[in-house]
Ligand binder design. Sequence first.
Ligand SMILES: NC(=O)C1=CN([C@@H]2O[C@H](COP(=O)(O)OP(=O)(O)OC[C@H]3O[C@@H](n4cnc5c(N)ncnc54)[C@H](OP(=O)(O)O)[C@@H]3O)[C@@H](O)[C@H]2O)C=CC1
Ligand SMILES: O=C(O)CCC(=O)C(=O)O
Length: 450
Amino acid sequence: MSYIEQTLTKLQKSSPGQPEFYQAVQEVLESLEPLFAKEKKYLEHNIIERIIEPERQIMFRVAWIDDQGKVQVNKGYRIEFNSAIGPYKGGLRFHPSVSSGIIKFLGFEQIFKNSLTGLAIGGGKGGSDFDPKGKSNNEIMRFCQSFINELYRHIGPTTDVPAGDIGVGGREIGYMFGQYKRLTGRYEGVFTGKKIPWGGSLARTEATGYGTVYFAQNMLTTNGQALEGKTCVVSGAGNVAIYTIEKLYQNCALPVTCSDSRGFIYHKSGINLETLKQLKEVESACLSKYAEIHTDAVYTPVSSYPAGRNAVWSVPCDLAFPCATQNELNQADAHELLKNGCILVAEGANMPSTPEAVEAFLNAKIMYAPGKAANAGGVATSQLEMAQNASMIQWSFEEVDVRLKTIMKNIYLTASETANEFGQPHNLVLGANIAGFRKVADAMIDQGVV
Ligand SMILES: NC(=O)C1=CN([C@@H]2O[C@H](COP(=O)(O)OP(=O)(O)OC[C@H]3O[C@@H](n4cnc5c(N)ncnc54)[C@H](OP(=O)(O)O)[C@@H]3O)[C@@H](O)[C@H]2O)C=CC1
Ligand SMILES: O=C(O)CCC(=O)C(=O)O
């Protein structure tokens, strides 16, 4: 049995029932093989077994009262995965599919993503199986307050700094920040993704989507191409998708799709960003309403997708931006994108492509940017928010955006130079994993066995 197989077998025994976590670990371990062949120190210090075990896992009950006066109970999680290069940093996800395996996969990815930003942030993630859909504002507030009644004792501006993710935006961060402040009496940068008047950073809302497009731009430029005139397929209709679409328009590309958990929109003349923002950021409406407003757009409900497929990826395009959720693009979807002439895939979401889809992209040698590199602009800008909070200043939108652009360029260069160093120039999966890992692993060695 190879070292990787042994590690995965052991992991499955010690942490049963966490398929997404095994998937994330397997991908990283496979990428690291050429590094281990070259540098023995990582195996000698048993870094692998140490890095796949979270430093701390917090699981707690979140009891809250709904609008009918009934007591509801959800599970809360915070996985403090690795603090070798900085305080734990990563979002909170509120979605019914959340489990400890999902949070562990996200926290594990966050270690390498945060390392790639070049900033001093460790990896963490958290969330709850609470479903914000259909809940009133007061229910959301009561849930957030109860969530923080437990979590507040584990977080702090130099220990663990949560932010948003699926189902958690400025409103939820506000309720959690308010409760933290009430319990501790401290006004400090313990969350990022805050609204601007109470400590948020300009451009944080836009950062993940904008950063993903900046990353794509770097890949295109290196390959003698440009965004201008490219037809783009985007999945998702949340924070990341919306600002990916906005930045594509700013660069004269044409985004023609968006999707939510119930279906997708194909608008051949281009997604209307104003309508999308109104429906999703203001009304939290279903995307079917988009086709009622724009009658030349086509809405396809999930029930009409071919079995086992995500129909968004069957729309012909030059560039694809998966921005919804994990494993939303499988091998058949990847082959269809390739058949239709797609030349670039940049992941705004975390681990949206299955391992087989990733393999198809790498084999076809198209430009492929894994999420932990392409979507790192969100967490990087969160660190800029922490820096502004700590020094009690606020930078302008342009100042933050310029820094974001530079960070995304550096992540691209780091991943591609590392891929070159290991003789696989087009393989940014390998480049991102090795570069992200090396910095954290070296710090762990320096800091001894802890
Ligand atoms: N926000 C950030 O700064 C960052 C986010 N990410 C990643 O980006 C992705 C999107 O996050 P974000 O935009 O913030 O989240 P949002 O909650 O704002 O939006 C998520 C979008 O994805 C859709 N979606 C969620 N789950 C599913 C599903 N199972 N099937 C189909 N569609 C689904 C949602 O549809 P519906 O509205 O119907 O629920 C919604 O349109 C996630 O993978 C997240 O981890 C990565 C880096 C940073
Ligand atoms: O901004 C952050 O701290 C985290 C963003 C996030 O959750 C992610 O990068 O997946």
